[in-house]
Design a protein around this ligand. Structure first.
Ligand code: FAD
Ligand code: DLZ
Ligand code: SF4
Length: 509
């Protein structure tokens, strides 16, 4: 007789192709899905994110049942709910008396560490299967990284293009170049026509979840309604279709632009669906490639988009696992300031931060440049403790899971790993934000004014950051030119910058 498995499917594993399901037999094995308070409160997640995951979990469980699986779904308000994965596994073992536990590896080190205790704790074999939804296995990434002094995304990406065959002509890149970024990144004009992402009306199941989240997590950051996210694979597919048909063609051009009244611009708003498992990353890229080959999107757009997924997304995952758990503690610049309170309210006179944070509160979404060059840049310039920055990003975005959020925040945006991910800090003065957005036009501060009352705070903070961290950063060849500019300034000018920055920092408390 075959042994019976209890298969735990996590909230970000909502894919019928999941490795744990592939290996299983619906007539014999049982699936367990659990809503647990620990996952929602270890970091107090945005209300919309919790609602999205619980609603998507319910719909996924229903789909599995319709396909003949036996699913044991534990709701959050079950009076017996133990509140954690480990507690719920223990209860489920009592209910189902399985011969073993099967899981697809989780996306977070903390959860994997808990799972690794289960075999001894429960006296049952625990199988942790590889998550083959990612295109580069952990072993393959380790083999690629072996012996390299620097782990540059661009070289990793070329290998992923060769491996997947995406946008390849034989062994050459389509169009003769691997990367078309020089044609991308234009500032946007507010009168461009940008179709909004499709909005999905909540069905009865989702409405019940919304009521539960309002009651149990009312104190968490963020607006719960209006709630319009896709919660099924079919709806996520419709969102992908909308992107490919209506937005992809301009994706590259306006990738770095920011507009107060256009929260999504030509971005796909698909990361939350891909990360939860509702969309398959490779299938998404194949759709985009097909649109290019059919002449419906230019190469700079298709290549730029595909690079974000098979390049950045896979590379970030590759970095996360071998670096954990110590990575989460890294603080190369020794930053120790508390996260300013306005990150939780949006109440600040700085129009760029107000726009990015207000939109984060309302949508649980901000696009890459808002995350990197507005909220991330400001936190780094003022020297916020990277662990607090990490916790904020993990809590507030609907697409945030530690494996993808942590390297992006700690490495890319805060330079807290000392340059493993980026060759220099993404530090910028107000000039960059002004070039790429319409924020400065409505701001109380003057982006052109360098120092003194009324000057854009990013301007003195930029120089103060470089000087404060001079010992760690001056030797970086990519910063040689900016340090030369600082050295050429008069002592008086330098003092003005430092004094202005000190006043901004004082006001932050
Ligand atoms: P688009 O601009 O349409 O990009 C297409 C897709 O590419 C995204 O859906 C995503 O799957 C992928 N992608 C693009 N850039 C990255 C990247 N750097 N890392 C991984 N995938 C990428 N992304 C997350 O999925 N979760 C996070 O928690 C997260 N935190 C971030 C924190 C910071 C400080 C920064 C700078 C970036 C972060 N990113 C994160 C990456 C990126 O900002 C988001 O993936 C993107 O904004 C999601 O919106 P979109 O789907 O409209 O993306
Ligand atoms: C983020 C999250 C939340 C809020 N709640 C649950 C939950 O109740 N049940 C569940 O299975 N997963 C949840 N998740 C996603 C997990 O935190 C995620 O699977 C792990 O962090 C591994 O990436
Ligand atoms: Fe932001 Fe400075 Fe522009 Fe104001 S002036 S929106 S603070 S960059």
């Amino acid at each position: 007789m075959h042994s019976r498995s209890l298969i735990l499917v996590l909230g970000d594993q909502l894919s019928p192709s999941l490795s744990s399901l592939k290996a299983a037999d619906p007539s014999r094995d049982r699936i367990l899905m659990v809503e647990v308070a620990e996952e929602a409160t270890t970091v107090r997640h945005h209300k919309k994110k919790i609602a999205f995951l619980f609603a998507a979990m319910h719909h996924f469980a229903k789909g599995l049942e319709d396909a003949g699986w036996q699913v044991d779904y534990v709701v959050l308000d079950d009076p017996e709910n133990a509140g954690s994965f480990t507690g719920e596994i223990e209860r489920a073992i009592r209910r189902h008396k399985p011969d073993r536990i099967t899981v697809t590896e989780p996306g977070e080190w903390r959860v994997r560490a808990a799972m690794e205790t289960w075999q001894d704790r429960f006296g049952l074999p625990v199988e942790i299967l590889e998550d083959d939804r990612s295109l580069c296995t952990r072993d393959a990434f380790a083999a690629w990284a072996e012996g390299r002094k620097q782990l540059r995304m661009e070289y990793f990406y070329r290998d992923m293009r060769r491996q997947t065959g995406l946008l390849m002509e034989g062994d050459k890149p389509e169009g003769g170049k691997w990367n078309f970024d020089s044609e991308n990144r234009k500032p946007a004009k507010a009168d461009l026509f940008m179709p909004q992402p499709p909005r999905f009306a909540p069905d009865e199941t989702t409405r019940e979840v919304l009521a539960l989240v309002a009651e149990r997590f009312g104190e968490h950051f963020g607006d719960l309604e209006p709630f319009w996210f896709a919660v099924t694979a079919e709806q996520a597919e419709a969102a992908l279709n909308h992107f490919v048909e209506n937005l992809l063609a301009h994706f590259g051009d306006y990738q770095d632009a920011m507009l107060t009244d256009q929260r999504f611009l030509y971005h796909s708003v698909l990361s939350l669906y891909i990360n939860a498992g509702l969309l398959d990353p490779l299938a998404v890229c194949r759709r985009v490639e097909a649109a290019y080959r059919a002449g419906r999107a230019p190469l700079n757009a298709a290549e730029g988009f595909i690079r974000q997924i098979i390049g950045w997304r896979e590379y970030i995952r590759g970095i996360y696992w071998p670096k954990m758990p110590d990575y989460a503690e890294e603080n190369f610049l020794g930053a120790d300031r508390a996260l300013p309170g306005f990150y939780w309210t949006g109440e600040t006179d700085m129009a760029c931060l107000r726009a990015a944070i207000t939109q984060t509160k309302e949508e649980a979404y901000a696009h890459h440049i808002q995350r990197l060059m507005v909220t991330g840049n400001f936190a780094m310039l003022v020297g916020v403790d990277p662990a607090q920055v990490h916790e904020w990003y993990l809590a507030v975005y609907a697409d945030a899971y530690e494996w993808v959020e942590l390297p992006n925040v700690l490495g890319m945006s805060q330079f807290a790993d000392g340059g493993l991910l980026g060759s220099k800090p993404y530090a910028a003065s107000g000039n960059y934000i002004n070039k790429m957005s319409d924020y400065c036009g409505t701001c109380r501060f003057d982006v052109k004014q360098k120092t003194g009352d009324g000057a854009c705070p990013f301007n003195p903070l930029y120089w103060d950051f470089l000087v404060r961290n001079e010992k760690k950063l001056r030797g970086n060849p990519r910063l040689a030119q900016v340090y030369r500019t600082w050295d050429r300034m008069s002592a008086e000018k330098q003092a003005e910058y430092r004094n202005s920055a000190a006043r901004v920092l004082d006001q932050l408390g």
